[in-house]
Design a protein around this ligand. Structure first.
Ligand code: XMP
Length: 511
């Protein structure tokens, strides 16, 4: 079926920056999807793409088993931009000369533009670019012109205007190539003729229509976590089918202070029908005596599903289960199985015998796009910028056995950390901040009395995507206020520590 909006495919050769290429293209308001290099032109053509971008990749075109694409992709039916390995493969397949790298060119380089008419219109003659390659193109294929060079790469960019084939050895998708976005924009707008029609408003309009069509007169059930993904997904579906959506919010008793009340208020305000299940006692009972972190997670996960199932069954006839699956999950499953453009089902442990069809309206979005869609739907900023919170909640922040008393301690300490970081105006720039209660005790003195109580660890990290993180350089005054308030206001705590470990080697959470 031809697309209603412009579409570009990013053909993945296993490069570390493939997702970044896709995100940059989307930021330029052009819709794109990542497909594995095994995709054939016959498959891709059906979706009438405006162009293709070949990603980088770790291989050498000469390595046995090096990824190769269907040569028909390069036949000139649509414009192609090859990046790094993508350009080398283009050169290799079309009769150019690729030289085995003697030494890697890695890091910043100065690119000299030889022909402006390729991708560099309006840019200076010399621009900084980011390089990361071993092999290099020594001579372009017949029909190609050299468009730019660096001191180490005689062909740092090449193009064939007749077939609209373009290649760049450097990485336009990374921030270290400051004009990279302009270069990509030239390719998308001038060469492929894209119009920039990928916007949150167009996504919302289209999805609402599609959800209505898919769901028909059936009913939808969704699990709410209070996180931005499940909230945006629910709001979108609610706009499409109204009261035929019911959300279930399982309170496992492991939430932060005021969280349940906040969520109930928000969802009431949004007019979304929500069932609140108070299951705290049930979770605590199951967690009694359990100290192993993985066992704690398993118990909470299992119990969560049981409660959800019971409630869903109580609702009676339901046809669809709403999931907040995002595009990175879809890509992962897609490339692992080398399946082309196939929907991935992130059931998150919800059992198959629930006999519900999955509804995943966010499955084509990156996280930043989910936030923009949320704003488009009119969700409050407090929800859009909510910090991530683990499914097992405070249970993984009470190290060792979880008890009602310990939960109370960590909840109060967490509240103080949150208040002080907000008061200092740092809550947006810090990815996550929270308190952890340790199962050891140390000696202290308070008033004239000896104390023998638990320490609380304060954790605050900066991060882009939680894959890596660094400890936040909180001002000493903020740390001092947090420490003094915790020991004074939270009974059972006599010491406060600040975690100064990055991820890796630590993780963000302590369990
Ligand atoms: P770690 O501790 O592995 O955490 O560095 C990375 C990110 O994931 C969050 N996290 C979870 N989120 N269910 C979730 O939904 C979980 O079981 C879970 N465990 C960790 C964590 O808060 C951080 O943002």
């Amino acid at each position: 079926m031809p697309e209603k909006r412009d579409l570009v495919f990013v053909v993945d050769f296993g490069g570390q920056y493939t997702q970044l290429i896709a995100r940059r293209i989307r930021e330029l308001k052009v819709y794109c999807e990542i497909v594995p290099y095994t995709a054939t032109w016959a498959e891709l053509r059906e979706r009438t793409p405006r162009g293709l971008v070949f990603s980088g990749g770790p291989a050498s075109v000469y390595a046995p088993g090096a990824p190769r694409c269907d040569p028909a992709l390069l036949a000139g039916e649509v414009p192609v931009l090859g990046i790094c390995y993508g350009m080398q493969l283009m050169a290799h397949l079309l009769g150019g000369k690729v030289k085995r790298g003697e030494k890697r060119e890695y890091g910043p380089a100065r690119l000299t533009v030889i022909r402006e008419d390729a991708l560099f219109r309006g840019l200076p003659r010399e621009i900084p670019v980011w390089m990361s390659h071993g092999d290099l193109v020594e001579a372009p294929p017949p029909g190609f012109l050299v468009a730019a060079a660096t001191s180490q790469s005689p062909v740092a960019a090449m193009f064939d205007p007749a077939r609209k084939l373009y290649g760049v050895q450097f990485h336009p998708e990374v921030h270290h190539t400051p004009q990279g976005k302009e270069i990509l924009a030239h390719f998308l707008y001038e060469i492929c003729g894209c119009r920039g029609d990928w916007t949150p408003a167009s996504f919302v309009a289209e999805q609402v229509e599609e959800i209505r069509r898919t769901v028909g007169s059936a009913r939808v059930v969704g699990a709410l976590s209070g996180g931005v993904d499940s909230t945006v997904a629910a709001t979108l579906v609610h706009r499409a089918v109204g009261d035929r959506l019911t959300c279930i919010f399982v309170d496992h008793g492991l939430l932060r202070k005021g969280e349940k009340e906040d969520l109930a208020k928000t969802f009431h305000g949004l007019g979304i029908r929500t069932v609140l299940v108070d299951a705290g006692a049930r979770f605590l009972e199951k967690l009694q005596g359990v100290t192993d972190p993985e066992e704690k997670r398993r118990i909470i996960g299992r119990e969560f599903i049981r409660v959800f199932e019971e409630e869903a069954a109580r609702l009676g006839e339901v046809g669809f289960l709403l999931q907040g699956t995002l595009y990175p999950d879809v890509i992962e499953s897609g490339t692992q199985t080398a399946a082309v453009i196939k929907t991935h089902h992130n059931v998150g442990g919800i059992p198959a015998d629930l006999k519900l069809q999955l509804l995943e309206p966010l499955r084509w979005l990156f996280k930043d796009e989910v936030r923009r869609v949320g704003l488009e739907l009119g969700l409050p900023e407090a929800i859009i910028w909510r910090q991530p919170f683990p499914g097992p909640g405070l249970a993984v922040r009470v190290l060792g056995e979880v008890t009602r008393e310990k939960l109370e301690v960590v909840r109060e300490a967490d509240w103080i950390v949150t208040e002080e970081i907000r008061r200092a105006g740092l809550d947006r720039e810090i990815w996550q901040f929270f308190a952890v209660l340790l199962p050891v005790r140390s000696v202290g003195v308070m008033g004239d009395e000896r104390t023998y109580a638990h320490p609380v660890v304060v954790r605050a990290v900066t991060s882009e995507d939680a894959m890596t993180a660094d400890w936040a350089r909180l001002p000493f005054e903020v740390l001092a206020r947090i420490s003094s308030r915790i020991v004074n206001e939270v009974p059972g705590v006599n010491r406060v520590l600040y975690d100064i470990t990055s991820k890796p080697p630590a993780t963000i959470e302590w369990e």
